[in-house]
Design a protein around this ligand. Structure first.
Ligand code: FES
Ligand SMILES: [Fe+2]
Length: 440
């Protein structure tokens, strides 16, 4: 296996520059989807500097609640302390580096290391050192050896972290994409909450294929998910190819596809009271953009995605509209940990929450029919990308090269129509290229 250390850096930097020029011209290298050197560079220059999603606040609602999540190859404890504040700390004992917390979620006021017994508060302070007086005499000050703290920030319940103290604020990082995130995060007057723990599994798939797909790949929908159409799971009149917009936030990497279907009712798939709440929670401009949207699928650069879509077991009926949030955490070249949540409005009825979760599970849970369709394709793409013949092959990203932004679109960003378009993907990979070149 080739590693970054074995590959001379100038050669890799030259490849990055060639790749960036290719993205501008509408090409992207297959190799990027499964390559040790690219993976290592992403760890060093992208995941160590971008804002990365950690958790939704509702996963840790009470003092002591925690989850363990990662930024790049760094495992973190994300915990709510006794005062209600959220902290993210490197999940590593400062004594000899043992993993402090070995479970994915739980509740604890303290973490005690299983090696020599150093004990930390859930906020990260070191408070217990066995044999302190006799062994260390006065040479160890507890306050110097707290768990390593990671900078965090939140937007509408989403907790992000960054390893870069110089990174811009989260608000600046998300930029105009907050307008579109609100569709998923404000579809109720009190915001949203996770419905149960995430589905979490390992896949032999590169994170970038998923991030791209969810940045608005309406092209694959009628093909990869044709059985969804055939069986009537999609309450639509047919093709998703032509109607709606692909919206990107230039310079930020974020993008969303807003698909429309003729005849699909405004705010269809939601109970009437919830549809009313959405209209109140959103701005008039947001209502104008989202009222006719049937499917909204978007990616926050680099690897957090959202999907809102209806799912129907009764052909012709609007069905139930659900929201899923997913994180594609890189776990090696061509390999990732997948997290998938169902988000529901806090204020919704227990009946709607249960129905939305059922629709989500059937469509996009780990064994969901659409999830299976996607991973079958994504795993094969990844496998191809790792083979020796693809080293110098590119894929075409030329769809919509000449598309002009729609001047009448009422939302921010660069909106092009029709929805099936590579504009969002060029924007996504262009930002990725900025980070890999060290220029973000
Ligand atoms: S490694 Fe944790 S106490 Fe020694
Ligand atoms: Fe899909």
């Amino acid at each position: 296996m080739t590693t970054q250390a074995e590959r001379p850096r100038p050669q890799l930097d030259a490849w990055v520059e060639k790749t960036r020029a290719g993205i501008t011209a509408g090409r992207f290298p297959a190799r990027a989807f499964n390559d040790q050197a690219v993976y290592d560079l992403e760890q060093e220059r992208l995941f160590s500097r971008a804002w990365c999603f950690l958790a939704h606040e509702s996963e840790i609602p009470s003092p002591g609640d925690y989850v363990t999540r990662s930024i790049g190859n760094n495992n973190l404890i994300v915990a709510r302390d006794e005062h209600g504040d959220i902290h993210a700390s490197l999940n590593m004992c400062r004594h000899r580096g043992n993993v402090m917390c070995k479970t994915e979620m739980g509740n604890a006021s303290h973490f005690r290391c299983s090696y020599h017994g150093w004990t930390y508060k859930n906020s990260g302070e070191l408070i217990g050192v066995p044999y302190m007086k006799e062994g260390y005499e006065s040479r160890l000050r507890r306050k110097d050896w707290a768990l390593v703290r990671v900078r965090i920030d939140t937007y509408e319940g989403l907790v992000f972290g960054t390893l870069d103290p110089e990174a811009p604020t989260l608000a600046e990082y998300l930029g105009d994409f907050r307008f579109y995130l609100d569709l998923y995060l404000k579809h109720g007057l009190d915001g949203v909450e996770v419905h149960g723990p995430p589905d979490h599994w390992i896949a032999d798939t590169d994170w970038k294929i998923c991030a791209e797909n969810f940045a608005g790949d309406g092209y694959h929908t009628p093909v990869a998910h044709q059985w969804g159409f055939n069986l009537g799971y999609f309450p639509s009149s047919g093709s998703t190819h032509s109607q709606g917009w692909a919206v990107s936030v230039p310079g930020k990497g974020h993008g969303i596809g807003l698909g429309h279907s003729p005849g699909f009712p405004a705010f269809g798939g939601f109970p009437d009271d919830l549809a009313e709440e959405m209209k109140q929670a959103l701005t008039p401009e947001q209502v104008q953009v989202f009222a006719r949207t049937r499917t909204a699928v978007g990616t926050v650069f680099p690897n957090l995605s959202f999907l809102m879509q209806p799912f129907s077991l009764v052909p012709g009926e609007p069905g139930v509209r659900f929201v899923t949030m997913r994180l594609y955490h890189p776990a090696g070249p061509g390999r990732m940990e997948m997290y998938s949540w169902c988000l529901v409005p806090k204020s919704a009825s227990p009946e709607y929450k249960a129905e939305a979760y059922r629709a989500y599970t059937l469509a996009f849970g780990q064994a969901g029919t659409f999830e299976q369709d996607d991973f079958e394709n994504w795993t094969k793409v990844t496998r191809s990308a790792g083979s020796t013949m693809v080293k110098d092959l590119d894929f075409p990203y030329v769809m919509g090269m000449e598309s002009e932004p729609d001047p009448d679109f009422p939302g921010p960003g660069r909106a092009v129509t029709p929805y099936v378009n590579d504009t969002n993907f060029r924007n996504l990979w262009s930002r990725w290229g900025d980070y890999l070149a060290g220029e973000a």
